[in-house]
Each structure stands twice: as C-alpha cells, then as structure tokens.
Design a binder for this molecule. Sequence first.
Ligand code: SF4
Length: 120
Amino acid sequence: MFKKEMTCIVCPRGCILTVTKKDGDYQVEGNLCKRGINYGIKEVINPVRQVTSTVKIEDSIHPRLPVVTDKEISKDLIFEVMDEINKVTLKAPIHYRDIIIKNICGTDVNIIASRSMDHI
Ligand code: SF4
C-alpha cells in the first residue's frame, strides 16, 4: 500500500497529512479542512508550486525586481524555470503585473512583475 506523510502548506496551521492509496483510491488523513485533501492528493500525483524570485533591472531605483509565476508550475520544472529567470536583465520602468517572460519553458505560465519599479 502506498503511504506518504507531508505537511500541508496551504495555510499556516501546517497539518501533518498522511496520504494512502488503496485499491486505486487516495485517502487523506490529518487534515483539518477540505483543502488539505486536495493538497495531499495533488502533492503525490503532480506536486506544483508558485515560484517567486527576482531579476536584474537597470536604470531603476533598485537593482532587482521581484517576480512571480502567474500560475503554479510542476515542482520538477523549478530549476529549469529559475535558469530562465536568471538570464533576464530588464530596463526600468516596469509596471506591476507586466509579463517578464511569456510561456516560460513551454508551460503556459508567465513570469510577471510583483511590483512596479520606476526609472532612476
Ligand atoms: S488541512 Fe486545512 S487547516 Fe490544515 S494546513 Fe491544510 S489548509 Fe490549513
């Protein structure tokens, strides 16, 4: 029987989940709410994460701009995505939610600006 333990990261409570698979069905225990069931099952089938990082920006009030994925991506792709993010150098100004990298690594996920950043 498949069995995996993990901490639910959906909210700060951090329930310890136990996910088991029996006769083809997943069961989740230890969750205090329904969101833990979805998280636990998704985490064993296809774990995903939202990625946050920063990119270099020139002519700006700060040297780096915070960016984030506009959707969650497969955990397996995080290093590939970070490599692409690290290649980018922007020029100010940038506006909140501007698309910095479209369709990163063919995932249909965009890297967007987490804040605006003005020209010096
Ligand atoms: S199971 Fe519900 S209450 Fe527990 S950490 Fe996850 S989201 Fe929070």
